[in-house]
Design a protein around this ligand. Structure first.
Ligand SMILES: *Cc1c(COP(=O)(O)O)cnc(C)c1O
Length: 649
């Protein structure tokens, strides 16, 4: 009944006036929505899921499009020596909350794209996310030969040719699917570069419909394309061998009305350099009139990284703005904490979580209630970890005696630090282990015990990250850390939920300025955790001494060894002199008054800002609506506006 009323009676007045024709298509390679839909690998997918959930709450006219992966992303198992094994279980679409889109005769609706002269088909599944629809393409169907069926098997396939086929489906296939379903979006949002071919397909269709020139169609499409970049690290950028593009786009370029060198040039810094690889992020930027990074700091980093595309303007004028990421609060807050919010913030806080006045009422929650709720969640986390550890040991064939010892691991009352995210070298999961003796002393203090829980997957092709996991597992076996440190395998939405709900301290240690934004800390804060991070990503704009802690001085270093030395020492000092004493400074009632005060301040000031509702409102105001207005201008009178603009240019 509650859900029906949510669908039919939006409690929340739209923050913009709905207009005819205003419809956003949201493109992402992955969507992290719920445990039973494993269509994500990590932060990017969870962000896309939260984007659609908040869009539903806010009544935004948006439609999501993605791929349906037969095996999704891998499950992580660790061998006794910490070696990561990747397991790809098969998804059973018929037992997932999906429905197949069918035509009037009951046949699945198919779209097709061209792979080197061969037709590739895909059917379309639909997921309902509250009021928003998400459509997913699936190529694993009898109409395709096996090598084409395999294109939608795995998220981010490591084979470059398969990956290109995936991105042709992600771009061209998904635009075709939308039109085939009779959906006509006016604003196209590409979340990361994987979907950049969508811009080309829009140009092709526009030319076919109107007969206007490539240049005019390019301008019209560009005016209504929004592109979000998530990478700061050049190695994370999606590139293809130009020869591969040539074979796959030989038939396509003439349909666009351009030659192959011009098409290749759209994916290059220097279009006349025939050796330069074809870059999807550059293609996306050359096809988008609205570009954004995902935090304030990330804008500066992106402007520097892409200045080469706008060489005639100063770096700070490179047209990349920012919308700092946020999280969908109702999805990430624990049930216990949500009940507390219901009682003290009033009803509907979850539909209006960017309201500062609502969050200021956090200060009125009685200390003992807030602390009691938080302690209950920490206890649940400890129980969850023991259960998972036991399962891990049984799977590994560990001796019974070792399995029985699991109940001595972790302490439900100890100060609990959590580090959980994708394992990557720049994120420095082992920073806290840099001086093992000093750390052991902190963890094993008999009256003020501290414990660390860690989780994260390494990308299957990321060997240095896999090495880090091995090191971490060595520490987990070290006698000094045995009962105070655990690594939980197979980090996913479920594990993430337990961790963010039960952590006292959410630890983040990226090497500045590599973290584009980061969102897991925001999930922890809505549950009352305190954030401790280097001055990177969203924390660079959020940190204030009364809300959490900053590791280091916010400097960037040329020597990584030196940086690790400085910042790990800083972290140990913080733990020894500030964090641990504050947590264990208990009054006669057993409550850590000053700690609770800090929790409240952090929730009060950070929750209303770092959530997905605020993020969506900024996208609408700064990107979606302006893109829609541009489109209207260029589209009038048979695209006369676009033609005039192209002629003037
Ligand atoms: C939130 C989340 C992430 C992203 O965490 P970051 O701090 O942004 O790196 C990754 N994986 C899962 C399962 C998550 O829930």
């Amino acid at each position: 009944a509650k859900f029906k009323s949510y669908l039919t009676t939006p409690r929340f007045a739209p923050f913009f006036s709905p207009e005819k024709g205003f419809l956003i298509a949201y493109f992402s390679a992955e969507f992290g929505l719920t445990d039973c839909l494993p269509l994500y690998s990590g932060g990017l997918g969870v962000l896309a899921g939260d984007h659609l959930k908040s869009a539903s709450d806010l009544n935004l006219p948006i439609v999501g499009v993605g791929l349906l992966y037969q095996h999704g992303y891998f499950h992580q198992r660790l061998a006794a020596d910490g070696r990561q094994e990747e397991i790809y279980p098969e998804n059973d679409f018929y037992h997932m909350p999906l429905r197949l889109e069918k035509d009037a005769n009951g046949n699945p609706i198919l779209i097709d794209v061209d792979f080197k002269g061969e037709k590739a088909y895909a059917q379309i599944w639909r997921v309902d996310i509250g009021r928003v629809r998400l459509y997913l393409l699936d190529a694993n169907i009898p109409q395709n030969p096996p090598h084409i069926q395999a294109v939608t098997f795995r998220l981010y396939d490591a084979d470059r040719e398969t990956r290109l086929c995936q991105e042709i489906l992600l771009g061209i296939g998904r635009v075709r699917a939308l039109y085939r379903l009779g959906i006509n979006p006016t604003v196209f949002h590409m979340n990361e570069g994987h979907s950049a071919f969508a811009g080309l397909e829009r140009i092709r269709i526009l030319r076919q419909q109107t007969g206007i020139s490539f240049d005019a169609a390019h301008l019209a499409v560009m005016a209504s394309n929004v592109f979000t970049t998530h990478t700061s690290v050049p190695a994370g950028i999606d590139i293809f061998d130009p020869a591969l593009i040539e074979t796959y786009f030989a038939n396509y370029a003439p349909e666009l009305g351009i030659s192959m060198p011009v098409l290749l040039g759209l994916g290059r810094k220097n279009p006349s350099d025939h050796h330069e690889p074809f870059c999807m992020n550059i293609l996306a930027m050359k096809l988008s009139g609205h570009i954004n990074a995902v935090s304030k700091l990330h804008t500066t980093v992106s402007q520097k990284l892409w200045h080469v595309l706008w060489p005639s303007v100063p770096q700070e004028d490179v047209p990349i703005k920012y919308v700092t990421n946020g999280v969908h609060v109702p999805s990430w807050v624990s049930k216990d904490m949500a009940q507390l919010y219901d009682r003290y913030l009033g009803p509907y806080w979850y539909e209006d979580p960017d309201n500062e006045k609502v969050w200021s009422r956090v200060m009125e929650i009685p200390d003992e209630e807030l602390w009691g709720t938080h302690e209950r969640r920490r206890e649940r986390l400890v129980v969850f970890c023991r259960r998972r550890l036991q399962k891990q040991l049984i799977q590994r064939g560990a001796p019974h005696s070792e399995i029985m010892k699991v109940n001595q691991i972790l302490n439900p009352e100890a100060l609990t630090l959590v580090w959980a995210r994708r394992i990557a070298t720049y994120k420095r999961p082992t920073l806290i282990f840099r001086d093992p003796d000093r750390l052991a002393k902190i963890l094993n203090d008999p009256t003020r015990p501290v414990q660390i829980i860690m989780a994260g997957k390494a990308h299957p092709a990321d060997e240095p990250a896999k090495e880090l996991i091995k090191q971490i597992i060595t520490f987990a076996h070290d006698e000094r850390f045995r009962y105070r440190f655990v690594f939980i395998e197979d980090y996913d939405l479920e594990v993430a939920r337990y961790l963010v709900e039960g952590a006292d301290v959410w630890l983040n240690t990226p090497r500045k300025p590599n973290e584009a934004c980061g969102t897991s800390g925001m999930k922890a804060i809505v549950n009352g955790a305190l954030h401790v991070s280097t001055d990177d990503g969203w924390w660079a704009e959020a940190y204030r001494p009364e809300l959490g802690w900053r590791i280091g001085f916010g400097d960037e270093y040329d020597n990584p060894e030196h940086q690790d030395e400085v910042e790990s020492n800083y972290l140990y000092n913080l733990l020894e002199h500030e964090i641990v004493p504050l947590f264990y400074d208990r009054g006669p009632d057993g409550l850590p008054k000053a700690w609770i005060q800090k929790m409240k301040m952090s929730m009060r000031y950070l929750c209303p800002q770092f959530n997905a509702h605020r993020m969506l409102e900024e996208y609408v105001k700064d990107f979606y609506l302006p893109a829609f207005r541009y489109w209207q201008k260029l589209d009038s009178n048979g695209f006369k506006g676009a033609q005039e603009l192209a002629a003037w240019k």
